[in-house]
Design a protein around this ligand. Structure first.
Ligand code: PRP
Ligand code: URA
Length: 204
């Protein structure tokens, strides 16, 4: 089962993301806020190692992060969730997978892929919307082929249909999300959802 973050700021921000009167500038700020809470949750168990340092008073061994982190936003809506990672983890590497759903069939078409080394690193695939799951499965397939083993999917809104698809194609990939919504409509949009995330993020 996905891990649904439980924080009042996340539910508050998500309500305003869902509101159709929210303008793109506010939408971007809210995406950052939910994305930040999700980023903290997705990295909660990053390994650490002891580092010898000296405080002004004495020598101690104290933990520092001990695993490379890669974040891979699925273009273009995933870009709305990227900045929390670059703010929190200055050493993060960023990869990009470009996928676009066909408006008639809802099948995702790949148009771009640029990835850093993924082996022995925590890889977080981020995309705000998990609808049919077709885009996320394609992206996770590519990340696996490139050697990612410690892999997670981070989303803002997830449909039960998309969750089921990930669980059947990538049962070992944890999903961290802010909401599991009711269902998909006939056009494969999430209900109640928030509409087309990319369009609302970029005012298109
Ligand atoms: C949206 C969203 C996901 C995908 C989810 O992207 O950001 O990538 O749809 O749908 P799925 O689970 O049915 O595959 P879209 O294709 O609209 O492209 P965009 O990010 O460029 O707007
Ligand atoms: N992509 C979106 O942006 N919204 C949906 O509801 C489904 C896919």
């Amino acid at each position: 089962m996905p891990h649904v973050i439980d924080h009042p700021l996340a539910t508050h921000a998500l309500t305003h993301l869902r509101d159709k009167t929210t303008n793109p500038a506010t939408f971007r700020t809210l995406s950052y806020q939910v994305g930040l809470l999700l980023a903290l949750e997705a990295t909660r168990d990053l390994p650490t190692k002891g580092k010898a340092i000296e405080t002004p008073l004495e020598a101690i061994t104290s933990p520092v992060l001990d695993q490379g982190l890669v974040v891979v936003p699925i273009l273009r809506a995933g870009l709305g969730m990227l900045q929390p990672y670059t703010d929190l983890f200055p050493a993060v590497s960023v990869g990009y997978v470009g996928l676009e759903r066909d408006h008639e069939t809802a099948k995702a078409r790949s148009y771009y892929c640029k990835l850093p080394p993924l082996v022995n690193r925590r890889v977080l695939c981020v995309d705000p919307m998990l609808a049919t799951g077709g885009s996320a499965v394609q992206a996770l397939n590519v990340l696996r082929e490139r050697g990612a083993k410690d892999l997670r999917l981070v989303t803002i809104v997830s449909a039960p249909e998309g969750v089921a698809k990930i669980e059947s194609h990538h049962p070992d990939v944890p999903i961290i999300t802010a909401s599991i919504d009711r269902e998909l409509n006939e056009q494969s949009y999430i209900l109640p959802g928030l509409g087309d995330f990319g369009d609302r993020l970029y005012g298109t």
